[in-house]
Write a protein that binds this ligand. Structure first.
Ligand code: VG1
Ligand code: CO
Length: 550
């Protein structure tokens, strides 16, 4: 369809001063994004940061949350006004983050815009977000997000055309003035990529066998259509293996956050006394996170990363060995032990996927991940929820053991890293700042101090130097490391929209078989108390316990 009569107008605005992208794009409440000119201003800032925008191709999609459709129509009108050459758009405005990343490289696009606030709640009173990924498929690096922010703080106008909304639900092509729009099936290319990486035949026979069952909880977020197609239609898992598979604007009222606190339905099913599925998994709003469970068993994301690395040789795409691995600094050191044994490099990066990009691009690593339920590889430059689920299924199909046995054997071989994260949400900014100021002031005094049975060896504020472009990222989290290798880490979240969220990460490594049977919070009890004491969490925030424990 050709839409000819379009008029471009330039809208004058007063610059917005708060459009600073966080760990993963710009996240604000839906209400803030709906405020007059707020959303177009940020899109114009992204456009202005791209010198080769004219005649370029961009990929566009989102996780289906409230405001997704309106936002897409605005972007289409602005893209045509800004002389973009072509927009490749997911049908109904749907594209997961990893699928977008794949499409960017597949179509040699200049980049992609992903409309998502990931695991944050949606709906009219929830959150919305905008992420920009560059031509390598990866999240915009800090240099670019800083540039976008700088542009937004001075932006005085944006350009937009005045056309009626484009129908988003039908596949097809449109011509908007000089700009082409192609509406594509969001699942097809991604599913083809997965079939190239994994042994679909083996996974399929596992999923079809009578003594195996699985449940994938799509949390009414973006992975529903992907999971229905790949797991049920292509691999033959019985219908009903995917639950909550329809993307809804408010995610059915929940947080699309795949963890023990928010994926309640799945967790209850997996902890059933009888007839629990053999394998359970969930993904988040935009499909880049994963939670893995077995029958009456939870796999911590840090362990999952280590287990994927240790078993990579079982997967067709990684059969010839992996180059190296990386983890974010707060992620447990379980994967380090695997790398050591394999004789490959293990990189420690700040939190946020963008820090893995250079390592992936330069072939220094093949597999990487974060404690926050995110794992991925060099197949796309993003974390990828369903990829991790298929990886696990492929391992299960090869090893023919339970999830629990695989994890326990891993501990027996490499030792166990007990791990927990305590989040204190919606703390007033001032209190959070004061707490960190105090922590930083006391860092120098901590070494050699003893807290219960642990003595501090080092205490610092994590600085990262990118091994490829040598860029420096400072203040990436306070690290306290003890003599037995235990660690406590404090950092502030960069994805929240209300107040500050304090994240406390606690880890302890044990190697003796009889130490593996403790409940995590119990095993970490003294370190948890030490963390609360050192940061004086109660004194600064008034909180006596965390909001969420994962
Ligand atoms: C959180 C996680 C981080 C992850 C980020 C984006 O950031 O801790 O590991 O990369 O979310 O994930 P923060 O700054 O709130 O701790 V997603 O799934 O929102 O794109
Ligand atoms: Co996400």
């Amino acid at each position: 369809m050709i839409i000819k009569t379009i008029r471009t107008s330039t809208v004058k605005i007063t610059p917005f001063k708060d459009q600073k992208p966080g760990t993963s794009g710009l996240r604000k409440t839906v209400k803030q994004f709906q405020a007059l000119d707020y959303f177009p201003a940020f899109i114009q800032s992204i456009f202005n940061s791209l010198p080769t925008l004219r005649n370029s191709t961009l990929i566009l999609g989102g996780d289906g949350r409230y405001f997704n459709r309106e936002a897409i129509q605005i972007i289409l009108r602005m893209a045509s006004a800004n002389r973009v050459g072509k927009i490749i758009l997911g049908q109904s405005g749907i594209l997961s983050t990893p699928a977008t990343s794949n499409l960017i490289t597949l179509h040699k696009a200049l980049g992609g815009i992903i409309l998502s606030a990931s695991h944050n709640a949606g709906g009219p009173l929830g959150d919305f977000g905008v992420k920009f990924n560059t031509s390598n498929g990866g999240p915009a690096p800090e240099k670019l997000t800083e540039e976008i922010f700088r542009i937004s703080s001075n932006l005085r106008e944006y350009k937009i055309t005045n056309i009626h909304p484009i129908p988003l639900d039908k596949l097809g092509e449109y011509q908007l003035g000089d700009m082409e729009i192609e509406i594509i099936d969001p699942v097809k290319d991604y599913a083809e990529l997965m079939a190239k990486i994994f042994n679909f035949e083996k996974i399929s026979s596992l999923l079809k066998s009578d003594n195996f069952s699985m449940c994938f909880d799509a949390m009414h977020a973006v992975t529903g259509p992907y999971a229905h197609t790949i797991l049920e239609e292509q691999l033959g898992a019985p219908k009903g293996s995917v639950i909550r598979g329809q993307p809804l604007p408010n995610f059915g009222g929940g947080h699309p956050d795949p963890n023990l606190a928010h994926a309640k339905q799945l967790v209850e099913m997996m902890y059933r006394e009888e007839n629990a599925p053999n394998f359970g998994a969930a993904s988040d709003g935009d499909g880049d996170r994963n939670m893995i469970m077995g029958d009456y068993f939870f796999v911590t994301p840090s362990d999952s990363l280590a287990i994927l690395a240790a078993n990579a040789h079982l997967i067709p795409a990684y059969r010839d060995g992996i180059k190296g691995v990386a983890r974010s600094m707060p992620t447990s050191e379980a994967v380090d032990k695997v790398a050591e044994k394999m004789g490959i490099n293990c990189f420690e990066t700040p939190t946020g996927w963008k820090f893995f990009s250079n390592l992936l691009d330069s072939n220094k690593i093949s597999i990487c991940g974060e404690e926050s339920f995110g794992t991925g590889s060099n197949h796309v430059n993003e974390k990828d929820g369903l990829w991790a689920v298929l990886f696990w299924l492929n391992i299960l199909a090869e090893r023919k053991e339970s999830v629990e046995n695989i994890v326990r054997q891993h501990w027996a071989e490499y030792g166990r890293n007990y791990y927990t994260r305590h989040d204190y949400e919606q703390i007033p900014f001032k209190s959070a700042e004061a707490l960190f100021e105090n922590l930083r002031e006391n860092l120098k005094l901590l070494p050699h101090k003893q807290f219960k049975e642990h003595t501090v060896v080092t205490a610092d504020d994590f600085t990262y130097e990118d091994p490829i472009d040598k860029s420096i990222s400072e203040n990436q989290g306070i690290r306290i490391i003890f003599d037995d290798g235990s660690r406590i880490i404090f950092r502030l979240s960069g994805t929240g929209t209300e107040g500050a969220t304090l994240r406390v990460y606690i880890e302890k490594y044990v190697t003796e078989l009889d130490q593996f049977e403790m409940e995590t919070q119990e095993a970490l009890e003294t370190l948890i108390q030490t963390a609360e004491f050192i940061a004086d969490i109660k004194g600064y925030t008034g909180r006596t316990k965390p909001t969420v424990i994962t």
